[in-house]
Design a protein around this ligand. Structure first.
Ligand code: ZN
Length: 392
């Protein structure tokens, strides 16, 4: 794949170049060369034999909530008994439940739990993550989450990007004073984040029952002033203007998109904003799946992400996300693979270093088990096909 391609759009998404019986040379952590085995240079370093295996770029997971205090299996059982995600949120469950437990958990404990999850995800081939705050919902707890993410950045061998999602929900104590909480985000949290360099991006849950378009506008403007490019949660629960507000702020991505019409598709076509779909949360919440087929047919790029979180998507295996994307978002296997690699890297602004096997990019590679055909990858659903993740 030529280095200048940063993402694949429309019909380009159903294309993967591959070489049978190939070599790949890594030097100083970067991909130096690759090609047919007959052209392999004489090499004196460590050799890893991949006979009968596939060597692929590591996955990029551009949307996770990996730092959390506790799983929410009680709510899972409530949903099995007939309650909706909205019912549970109205009773103080959902994000507010996660916020309560996170506020009472130490930074060290949060760090060790997230560190373990990160390794589980790496074992499934993920070579770069985005991690959001948003289960703090107070200055102290949001900053605590971002410091945990900073420690993960420093100690994990892979690339981690931090997103500030103080506007994930309205805390119960601000229910009658929404502006008071927004002021807290803008005037108290953002200055600390900027000063300590705790985030790369800013996110707002712009949807019905969460933040309005006007509130989102204000928060994103304030984030841009301190250099945080937006990545938006939008259009999960309805056609609520999330796409338009994301595009107006030149967001890196707009994520969820279970509800999208021709108007939103048109808006995205005229933008540099990556649509990111999250099939895991549609599967787990039994809500509609994003119409990725329609988006790709219209010429858009699409990325997929796990949305790993304790409430709506407790999974981090992007092989499974690919299977869901094929079965329910009507994507083809090659499209799903590109959506989890090069397009996901674009959604995280790391496509110059990640997401494809390209000379000069970071050597973030996975060796998978033997497949006869690339279409088998999502066909064997619910499995981990990664045998080895190589970073550098
Ligand atoms: Zn999310």
């Amino acid at each position: 794949m030529p280095a200048q391609i940063s993402c694949l759009k429309g019909a380009e998404m159903n294309h993967i170049e591959s070489i049978e019986n190939a070599y790949l040379e890594v030097e100083n952590g970067l991909i130096k060369a690759f090609g047919e085995m007959q052209n392999c240079p004489i090499y004196s370093g460590e050799i890893i034999d991949g006979t009968n295996k596939w060597v692929m770029p590591g996955f990029v997971d551009s949307h996770t909530h990996m730092v959390f205090a506790a799983p929410r299996h009680n709510e899972y059982v409530m949903r099995l008994q007939g309650k909706t995600y909205e019912d549970i949120a109205a009773e103080g469950g959902g994000i507010l439940n996660s916020a309560k437990s996170l506020q009472n958990t130490s930074e060290d404990n949060l760090y060790s739990m997230a560190y373990a999850y990160a390794h589980n995800a790496m074992a499934c081939g993920t070579s770069a993550f985005e991690i959001k705050s948003g289960y703090g919902l107070s200055t102290d707890a949001e900053i605590k989450m971002l410091r945990v993410i900073k420690r993960l950045k420093e100690n994990l061998p892979i690339t981690v990007k931090a997103t500030f999602l103080g506007a994930h929900a309205i805390p119960a104590e601000y229910k009658q004073n929404r502006q008071g909480y927004i002021d807290l985000i803008i005037n108290e949290m953002l200055p600390i984040i900027a000063k300590e360099n705790l985030a790369d991006f800013i996110d707002v849950f712009c949807d019905s029952g969460f933040y309005t378009v006007d509130e989102t506008n204000c928060i994103l403007d304030a984030g841009l002033k301190v250099g945080l490019r937006p990545k938006i949660h939008g259009n999960e629960l309805g056609l609520t203007g999330g796409v338009q507000v994301a595009v107006a702020h030149n967001a890196l991505s707009v994520d969820h998109l279970e509800h999208i019409s021709e108007v939103e598709i048109d808006c995205l076509l005229k933008s540099n904003t990556m649509p990111v779909i999250l099939p895991g949360s549609s599967f787990f919440l039994k809500i509609p799946y994003s119409p990725a087929r329609q988006m790709i047919d219209a010429g858009l790029p699409v990325a997929i992400a796990s949305d790993f979180n304790p409430g709506s998507s407790p999974h981090y295996n992007l092989w499974f996300t690919m299977s869901l994307a094929c079965l329910y978002n009507k994507m083809l296997p090659k499209e799903a693979f590109n959506a989890a690699t090069i397009n996901a890297a674009t959604a995280l602004d790391i496509s110059d270093t990640h997401g494809s096997i390209t000379n000069g990019k970071k050597a973030c590679l996975q060796i998978t088990r033997a497949f006869e055909d690339i279409n088998e990858m999502p066909y064997w659903f619910g499995q981990n096909h990664t045998e080895k993740l190589l970073v550098g």
